[in-house]
Design a binder for this molecule. Structure first.
Ligand code: FAD
Length: 306
């Protein structure tokens, strides 16, 4: 019987693991791929405090992992398939067996919805991005494409205009879904050129993005834009399959928690991108990981004291 099991080894999970291991809890972290999470898909991180020169995504996560392991965190390569609750005991079914624990910290992250077109996977992190806040400054005075018509797409396109010379804002319909105020701001921005009724069909380039191929959905006409970056904002999908039906989720499927990161099930906590919230970053995931770790410790102590 573990005190705490952490599911997912991104920034949120590794931070929770650091705190719980350092507090001498009987804790294990289960990660289905390599510890590091989404950050491993980005070349360079410039907005994580403490690294004024920036840091590679790999180095940052290697340091977080090393720091947690230094305090004794056990990290296992294991995928959690099911979570069940029986009284105060949480039962995890993984691809390698069954584990029992008093508390669980969910830090499974979220996956950006992909376009699913040629060139996207190959050029991810090398011109294809899902985060303007993170990668925008790398495209100073260059041309980029933004894909999507919701609030995020418009906000991120506006943010990109601080750096780039032109944004081709590609949307499959002839009007945006974003709120009116955002639409008005975007329409007034000289650097944004809207490409309506259009979907991307191919991202061009070998080592980096060199252009994007587009198709007008009404006329069928194919065209190209010579962009160096493609920013995809067609929504995110939380990795919450294993807790669907067990804990409360918001309408988009993200986990609802209170300020202590506790979910609707006592002893089950959540942190990071899978939470229902407004801003998904390494720094926010790290803060929530620490909070969840602290709350999980208190929960286990209270159980043992009762
Ligand atoms: C290309 C890109 C660039 C980015 N750049 C920046 C940046 O510069 N600055 C910044 O602040 N943010 C950046 N972000 C956002 C940042 O990466 C995320 O906000 C952050 O990683 C969220 O951390 P997390 O721990 O919640 O989840 P994740 O990083 O998504 O980690 C979740 C982990 O859980 C594991 N997992 C999921 N399900 C299971 C399961 N059932 N069993 C076991 N393991 C499981 C996954 O394999 C994954 O390793 C970027 C994101 C992307 C995609």
């Amino acid at each position: 019987m573990y005190d705490i099991i952490i599911i997912g080894g991104g920034p949120a999970g590794l931070t929770a693991g650091l705190y719980n291991a350092r507090a001498r809890m009987n804790v294990v972290l289960l990660e289905k791929f390599a510890p590091g999470g989404q950050v491993l898909t980005t070349d360079w991180v410039e907005n994580y405090p403490g690294f004024p020169e920036g840091v590679s995504g790999f180095d940052l996560m290697d340091r977080m992992k090393g720091q947690a392991e230094k305090f004794g965190l056990e990290i296992r390569s294991e995928e959690v398939l099911k979570l069940e609750v029986e009284g105060d005991t949480k039962i995890l079914t993984t691809n390698q067996g069954t584990l029992e624990t008093r508390a669980v910290i969910l830090s499974c992250g979220a996956s950006w919805k992909k376009l699913g077109i040629e060139g996207e996977d190959k050029l991810m992190g090398r011109g294809v991005s899902f985060c303007a806040t993170c990668d925008g400054p790398f495209y100073r005075d260059q041309e980029v494409a933004v894909i999507g018509g919701g609030d995020t797409a418009v906000e991120e396109a506006m943010f990109l205009t601080r750096f780039v010379s032109r944004v081709y804002h590609v949307h499959r319909r002839d009007e945006l879904r974003a709120v009116k105020l955002l639409q008005e701001r975007a329409m007034a921005e000289e650097k944004i050129e809207f490409v309506w009724d259009t979907v991307p069909t191919r991202i061009l380039g070998e080592e980096g993005v060199e252009g994007i191929e587009l198709k007008n959905v009404k006329t069928g006409e194919i065209s190209r834009r010579p962009v160096q970056g493609v920013f995809v904002f067609i929504g995110t999908e939380p990795n919450t399959d294993l807790v669907r039906g067990l804990i409360d989720l918001d309408d988009a499927g993200f986990v609802l928690t209170d300020q202590k990161m506790e979910t609707s099930v006592p002893g089950v906590f959540a942190a990071g991108d899978m939470r229902s919230k407004g801003f998904r970053q390494i720094s926010t995931a790290v803060g929530e990981g620490a909070e969840a770790a602290h709350s999980a410790e208190k929960y286990v102590e209270d159980l043992q004291g009762s």
